[in-house]
Write a protein that binds this ligand. Structure first.
Ligand SMILES: O=P(O)(O)OC[C@H]1O[C@](O)(CO)[C@@H](O)[C@@H]1O
Length: 184
């Protein structure tokens, strides 16, 4: 029997490396519209990195593997977060796996009801395809979260812009979290 080496590696304390892995970085100038106020950060500040491994296959139900690395920053007191999206294909679910750091997985249903799950090392999260999702780093360390989702899922950002998440998460000097309800 032929035994092959994997073409992709994801050491738990590192990032995904190998064939068909793409890294994208969101810098402040492209992320500032997500926040309530301008944090006056340098425009090129790296807010988060997303590594995506998309296997080379024609199978429609193929899965992607990803890693989000969210830096411990605040923007005028608001915790650093991903843009957030629904899947274009609401039948596609996603699983998140907390690797390190701590934060929240904010979820919102199609009526706008918003809640969150605590994300920490080892936490596993199933995201229903009908829920918008966003990661928020509420800690003092880099937050790393792995994800597995269907290649056919797509990203629907427009729906989140039309109906933003119901809360914003701020942190005071003592690290106490404050959840501010968004008026719609
Ligand atoms: O594009 P957004 O909303 O910033 O989200 C990035 C997220 O997208 C994914 O790559 C796939 O849903 C997640 O792993 C990651 O957290």
């Amino acid at each position: 029997m032929k035994v092959l080496k994997s073409t992709v590696y994801h050491p738990i304390d590192d990032v995904i490396k190998g064939e068909n892995v793409i890294k994208s970085t969101k810098v402040y100038k492209d992320a500032k519209s997500f926040y309530l106020n301008d944090g006056c950060l340098d425009e090129e500040t790296g807010m988060y990195d997303v590594y995506s491994y998309t296997p080379d296959t024609t199978c429609k139900a193929s899965l992607n593997w990803g890693l989000t690395v969210l830096y411990p920053l605040t923007v005028d007191g608001e915790c650093n977060m991903t843009r957030g999206h629904w899947h274009e294909n609401r039948e596609c679910t996603e699983i998140y796996y907390g690797i390190s750091g701590k934060g929240l997985l904010m979820l919102m249903d199609e009526e706008g009801n918003t809640w969150a799950e605590e994300v920490c090392e080892g936490s596993l999260h199933h995201i229903d395809g009908h829920f918008a999702h966003r990661l928020i780093n509420t800690g003092e360390e880099v937050m790393k979260v792995a994800a597995c989702w269907g290649k056919e899922a797509g990203h629907d950002y427009a729906a989140v812009e039309a109906m933003p998440f119901g809360y914003r998460v701020f942190k005071d000097k003592n690290g106490k979290l404050l959840f501010k309800e968004v008026k719609r």
